[in-house]
Design a binder for this molecule. Structure first.
Ligand code: NAP
Length: 457
């Protein structure tokens, strides 16, 4: 029986990995999510048949509660609130791993040194992921508005980490650890998560969420070993590895080494006051925007977080199709960290029906901008800010950007003078070739559509 169960766990682990692999392409991403979901359901069902399993009532209650809340939140949470939902669910995973370890400590060192060591590691990493993710959630949800930093913050982090490791060692060497040590260990580990995450804000937040996600995966993998559950081990390691890769990709796309994300957070203001920005913002009307684009040869649309907030992707695609019918070549340029999570813009454009061959990554399209008649920036800001190329004192200096400022004409759709996620002013908006089209993206693109249609007559 045990062999069959292990084989079944192995099978679902393979399906789970294939599901994750399929998520790497927008074309197969939906299928991938479904496969991974079925694999998780199958793993849960297999647990029911595991010999020695008795707590069916408790298991069913947990599944109904957890599944119910996830089902409800998946349906009601807005696309733009996904990052905080990911943060809090990720925290739950870390917290669950830490809770498993707490139970194992309460049982005493029945499993031997290796298992207890892994339980301690899982508990430490899981607790940091739990409390850190709660802080990330509070920040993204606007519950916690200020990023606070302790004096000697990095020293405090090191001391807390050292104390947690010492308490963890005490748990490992003690056959049955006194509850005071276990409680102190968890308090310090949870405090470490809070203090590590509190100063981080602005554009670094999604990177931190991904890093905490990797932590959760590792913690779950360790606790899987403690429980002798191969599905947990595989799922934990896969999540840990993919979270680590994602963190690295995001950090690379922003040109921010992970150590800077954690130890030197972006504060919003340029360190030395920043380059003085010359010029003024110049407005244009929806009618003028429609004319400029209707009579252009090539228009490149650059979507950003504002398009997601406004839910304007369908209108944007409708406008693009109208322009194409008039003989204009229309392409889409995606920055790897546009929006609030990797692939955010790809998902929205795919949802609106934009064909994949019209969507280009930054490296593919960046050199084309000097030949582009109109770059239409819709609710993007940081990812098109030229100070990232020029101002060494800027917090986003070095982040690769879409070179829209090199286009012949730039039209920027946004509601007002609001800054981007990093909180800094955008030099693009003051350039001579740039015009501002003020309004919420869905409404203002709707107006542009009306004018483009009128121009056709
Ligand atoms: P952004 O810098 O956050 O700027 C969004 C702009 O949209 C704002 O300037 C805002 O200006 C405008 N806006 C908001 N609501 C709008 C609406 N209803 N209609 C029209 N415009 C609206 O966005 P981004 O250029 O996409 O940059 C993403 C940021 O997230 C970067 O700083 C990036 O580093 C960070 N980040 C993302 C990821 C990721 O995985 N995607 C990961 C790490 C970090 P108004 O308020 O004036 O309208």
């Amino acid at each position: 029986m045990n062999g069959v169960i292990q084989l079944a766990y192995f099978g679902v682990a393979v399906v789970f990995i294939l599901g994750l692999k399929a998520m790497s392409s927008p074309v197969t991403a939906r299928k991938g999510i479904v496969w991974a979901g079925y694999a998780m359901i199958a793993a849960t069902l297999i647990t029911f048949y595991t010999p020695g399993m008795q707590n069916y009532g408790l298991m069913i209650t947990a599944i109904v509660l957890g599944g119910g809340v996830a089902w409800w939140s998946g349906r009601v949470v807005k696309m733009t609130d996904m990052p905080q939902m990911v943060a809090i669910y990720n925290g739950m995973g870390g917290g669950a791993a830490a809770a498993i370890a707490a139970l194992e400590f309460a049982r005493g060192g029945a499993h031997g040194v290796t298992a207890t060591t892994l339980a301690v590691l899982g508990a430490l990493i899981g607790s940091v992921a739990f409390s850190g993710s709660c802080i990330a959630f509070a920040k993204l949800q606007g519950i916690m508005t200020k990023a606070w930093r302790l004096p000697q913050q990095n020293l405090v982090n090191i001391v807390l980490a050292a104390v947690a490791v010492l308490l963890g060692l005490a748990i490992i060497v003690t056959e049955t650890p006194p509850s005071a040590i276990v409680i102190a260990f968890f308090v310090v580990a949870l405090a470490l998560g809070v203090i590590l995450t509190s100063p981080i804000g602005g554009a670094d937040m999604p990177v931190v969420i991904s890093l905490l996600n990797a932590f959760t995966g590792l913690a779950v993998g360790f606790e899987g070993y403690v429980l002798g559950n191969p599905a947990l081990i595989v799922a934990g390691i896969v999540v840990g590895a993919s979270g680590t890769l994602l963190t690295q990709l995001m950090a690379k796309a922003m040109n921010r080494p992970i150590k800077n994300v954690i130890f030197t957070p972006i504060t919003g203001a340029a360190a030395g006051g920043g380059e003085a920005i010359e010029g003024s913002m110049k407005e244009l009307s929806a009618l003028d925007a429609a004319s400029v684009m209707r009579y252009a040869s090539k228009v490149v649309i650059v979507p950003g977080y504002g398009m997601a907030v406004a839910g304007a992707q369908h209108k944007v695609w409708e406008m693009a199709q109208l322009l194409e019918e008039g003989g204009v070549e229309v392409l889409f340029a995606i920055h790897p960290v546009a929006g609030r999570m990797p692939g955010h813009m790809n998902v929205l454009l795919a949802e609106a029906g934009v064909p994949y061959d019209k969507i280009f990554d930054m490296e593919e399209i960046n050199s084309d901008f000097p030949q582009v008649d109109v770059a239409l920036v819709i609710g993007a800001n940081d990812v098109v800010n030229p100070v990232a190329r020029t101002d060494k004192s800027s917090p986003i200096y070095g982040m690769p950007i879409l070179n829209v400022d090199m286009a012949q004409n730039v039209i920027v759709v946004k509601r007002g003078q609001g800054a981007g996620y990093s909180g800094i002013e955008n030099a693009l908006f003051f350039r001579d070739n740039c015009r501002m089209l003020y309004g919420s993206a869905q409404q203002i693109i709707g107006e542009v559509i009306t004018h483009v249609k009128a121009l056709e007559v």
